[in-house]
Design a protein around this ligand. Structure first.
Ligand code: UDP
Length: 258
């Protein structure tokens, strides 16, 4: 049995491995029927926790999600500070090739929605080259007006994907999925942030040694300093502050994480 999730601001973070996360996704996809609601599974990193601290709607969406995956070295550090050894770094970018492979094995398909025009399509081409073209149900960019929303939903539904990946940034992608939960007839929906930028080659991904050392954020800061300095330079300190506060409250109340 999977261990209980640990709590960050009442958001239950599933302390599971990448393999276990994939199992959850494909189990949900297999057991879906048009009468059951879609499963929403999201990745949560330090930036997401900082966002949830100031965006109650987003925090509620994460609290109600069907799974919340522990993404990145910040969540691992938070776990250590709160006495929870975090089992794995379950992030979308490492998961994507595994998702492609599992889709090919199980005859399932993904729809890629998000990023600048061309990036989802190129990511689809990457998937086709690595796992076969049948794993992609469709693609479209993430820049559309409220008037175009229904057409986007119709296009996704018409392509009958098993998994919908939205790459429109945190928290927009999660809030968008939540808002259209009933309209989207897709077994599993997940927000994946900048994933299409990496697989389309728009932004190079950090070298393996940086990823293994838990400092991928330094690379992302180097690649997009103008946009990322606030997220990482200020954000890392703010995140630490939030975790220290949770730690203090737990001590005061004599509570332990599960
Ligand atoms: N994006 C989008 N629609 C928008 C705003 C952003 O599709 O209205 C895309 C953007 O092009 C980029 C991704 O969302 O590909 C956000 O990437 P980021 O690395 O910021 O994701 P995060 O780390 O915030 O999840």
């Amino acid at each position: 049995m999977a261990p209980s999730p640990f709590m960050l601001m009442d958001i239950p973070i599933d302390n599971i491995t990448m393999d276990e996360a994939l199992q959850r996704i494909f189990d949900a996809a297999v057991s879906y029927t048009p009468q059951t609601p879609s499963s929403h599974m999201h990745f949560v990193n330090a930036h997401c926790i900082n966002t949830a601290a100031v965006n109650e709607e987003y925090r509620q969406v994460l609290i109600r999600a069907d799974a919340v995956f522990p993404d990145g070295s910040g969540i691992r550090k938070a776990g250590t500070m709160l006495g929870v050894p975090v089992k794995d770094n379950v992030n979308g970018t490492d998961m994507f090739p595994l998702l492609c492979r599992r889709c090919a094995e199980q005859g399932m398909r993904m729809y890629l929605l998000g990023a600048k025009p061309g990036a989802a399509e190129k990511t689809g081409r990457w998937a086709a080259e690595h796992a076969g073209k049948e794993v992609i149900a469709g693609t479209r960019d993430g820049y559309f007006s409220p008037e175009e929303e229904q057409a986007v939903i119709d296009a996704v539904n018409a392509s009958r994907p098993d998994i919908l990946l939205t790459a429109m940034g945190v928290p927009r992608q999660e809030l968008w999925l939540h808002m259209h939960r009933d309209a989207l007839k897709v077994p599993v929906c997940m927000g994946v942030g900048g994933l299409f930028d990496f697989y389309s080659g728009t932004i190079p991904r950090a070298p393996l040694w940086m990823r293994r050392g838990g400092i991928e954020w330094v690379w992302r800061l180097m690649m997009e300093p103008g946009r990322m300095w606030r997220r990482y330079i200020i954000g890392n300190a703010v995140f630490l502050m939030h975790i220290k506060k949770i730690q203090r409250n737990m001590r005061k109340e004599g509570r332990k994480q599960p």
